[in-house]
Write a protein that binds this ligand. Structure first.
Ligand code: BEZ
Ligand code: FE
Length: 291
């Protein structure tokens, strides 16, 4: 197209796309280009600013490795990951929340009631509940994967002092949908802030802290898979999570206990409980695939 102008450029770019372009791709490109071009016009973006942004994205690519995805971190701290989560989570089930970069495949099986704490330092916490539908029907055969930080605030895959799968497990629920396991209270931690995304956080006076949380993935045949996190109600960083993962239904009371009588039946933890310990009751509510 000749003689493009500020007003005709967006349509000119879109007009170059062939008529056989996948309709959804076309819809996404149309929205993206319109918003990007409008942003440049509204802010009167300068060439120097545009170049800074291009260099910033280049640094994000340079620092990314198979175990560190700075693009995902950018998406997380700018709220895009959580926005996508919430758009896909408008149903009667448990809210989803960010996956984060510390999930690894192959978590070892743990029986219902199993002890994940083992010889980890930290306050004992017992997590229990059910996997169920919104109307309370248990979902048998559901599998819950859990991962969390050690007392140091580090995940096993970024800490040489921990076993590869420390504080990671996969639990198949019983016929009643029930699950339980014992572990330690996860610690709050900071998202990696030694790269370009950290520079952005620092330049804007933002915190890199995340409130402590358990990560969970729950899968069951015929139901939408759930990726989520559960936070303690007394965490000091609940209101300033760097990646906006906190939702009302994901905040739990960690009930403080001081008597072994309060260890629920069927838990393997007995010999390993530290006092005080905490119990957390949390049901995972899944919705059918087609909902
Ligand atoms: C996490 O929860 O593990 C996490 C999520 C987003 C960015 C960094 C860490
Ligand atoms: Fe995390």
């Amino acid at each position: 197209m000749k003689n493009v102008s500020i007003d005709t450029l967006t349509d000119a770019v879109l007009g170059y796309c062939g008529k056989d372009t996948d309709p959804r791709l076309m819809q996404l490109l149309d929205g993206l280009l319109n918003h990007m071009h409008a942003f440049a016009k509204e802010t009167k973006l300068t060439h120097a600013e545009w170049l800074t942004a291009v260099e910033f994205l280049g640094r994000i690519g340079d620092i990314s490795t198979p175990t560190r995805n700075e693009y995902v971190l950018l998406s997380d701290v700018t709220g895009l990951s959580s926005l996508v989560d919430m758009i896909g989570s408008q149903h009667a089930g448990t809210s989803s929340s960010v996956l984060g970069p510390f999930h690894i495949l192959g978590a070892p099986d743990l029986p219902v009631g199993g002890d994940l704490k083992q010889d980890n330092d930290g306050a004992t916490v017992i997590v229990k509940g059910r996997v169920r539908t919104p109307d309370g029907t248990p979902i048998k055969g559901a599998v819950i994967e859990s991962w969390q930080t050690a007392d140091s605030g580090l995940y096993s895959n970024v800490d040489e002092t921990q076993d590869d799968y420390n504080l990671r497990c996969s639990i198949k629920v019983g016929d009643d949908g029930a699950y339980s396991f014992s572990s330690i209270r996860p610690a709050p931690y900071m998202v990696p802030d030694d790269g370009p995304v950290g520079d952005l956080l620092h330049a804007t006076g933002r915190d890199a802290w995340r409130p402590s949380h358990f990560h969970f993935i729950v899968v069951a045949q015929g139901y939408k898979s759930l990726v989520t996190e559960v936070f303690p109600s007394d965490d000091p960083y609940l209101d300033k999570d760097a990646v906006f993962g906190v939702r009302e239904d994901l905040i739990m009371n960690y009930v403080e206990r001081t008597s072994l009588d309060d260890v629920p039946d069927g838990l393997a933890i007995d010999r390993n409980v530290t006092m005080p310990f905490y119990t957390v009751d949390f049901d995972f509510v899944l919705v059918p695939d087609e909902a």
